[in-house]
Design a protein around this ligand. Structure first.
Ligand SMILES: [Fe+2]
Length: 254
């Protein structure tokens, strides 16, 4: 069963679920699609309020109660999607546990969509030296990484993992993001596929459309690694093993 490490299922915090009704609709749709676990990853440091951590801790408890009451068989865990900046890097160094997927040292980070910081590799190294493992959220949606996918290699070699969105694999973010997403997975530069669900309609919590797209290029065993086995390891606090391959630019252009 798929385990979704990236979701904006908690209501009224960011651009994800607007209310409890939408949260529960997301939960039901995920379960129907075969998802057993969702990590709620509200935005932190970009469009959220400073008190988002405390609010999220209360909301995840409330979500657990509501799921139980509604008989929805879904496990939920709290994490965050941290917008990487000078300020949030400092926060990770001093209080990373509050931002990590609970009971693990893994922290989702996101980059600006339009560019990469010139010192991004050293920022990743700083996170790793602080004892945390950054998971780069949807690198295929970053303009620089999508147009120069070979650049992701250095970030993975510096100790990061990365996660591709289901919506990218089905073409929802354009053909460049789709190609980059496949390329990252093919070269073990991305290890996880997750939904980054924001609602039940335009950005849904579903894996099946992406699995269908993945089947054209990957075996069932490989797909299971991306949607279930690597996410399970991460939830247990273990780093998946993988062998990142540098991307030859020529290969991408062909
Ligand atoms: Fe997200």
């Amino acid at each position: 069963m798929a385990k979704d490490l990236h979701s904006h299922i908690l209501p009224k915090l960011d651009d994800g679920a607007k209310n409890w009704e939408e949260s529960l609709t997301i939960a039901r749709a995920a379960v129907t699609d075969g998802v057993s676990t969702i990590v709620a990853t509200p935005h932190y440091g970009r469009i959220s309020e400073p008190e988002v951590i405390e609010k999220s801790e209360n909301l995840i408890e409330e979500l657990r109660e509501k799921l139980k009451r509604e008989n929805i068989d879904l496990e939920v865990k709290l994490g965050f999607e941290v917008f990487l900046s000078f300020e949030t890097l400092e926060r990770i160094k001093t209080e990373g546990e509050a931002l990590a997927i609970r009971d693990t040292r893994f922290i989702f980070i996101e980059f600006p969509f339009l560019f990469l910081y010139p010192n991004v590799t050293s920022m990743i190294e700083t996170i790793v030296e602080s004892g945390f493992i950054p998971i780069i959220a949807h690198p295929e949606r970053n303009d620089t990484l999508a147009s120069r996918p070979e650049l992701l290699y250095d970030l993975i070699k510096a100790g990061a993992l990365s996660q591709v969105n289901t919506g990218s694999l089905t073409g929802g973010f354009g053909s460049r993001a789709r190609k980059a997403g496949f390329l990252f997975l093919e070269n073990s530069l991305a290890q996880v596929v997750a939904t980054d669900a924001h609602n039940a309609t335009s950005r849904p919590p579903l894996f099946s459309p992406a699995i269908k797209a993945l089947k054209k290029h990957f075996s069932d065993e490989e797909i299971k690694i991306f949607v279930e086995e690597n996410p399970s390891l991460i939830l247990q606090g273990e780093k998946p093993s993988f062998f990142p391959q540098p991307i030859k630019r020529r290969k991408f252009l062909l």
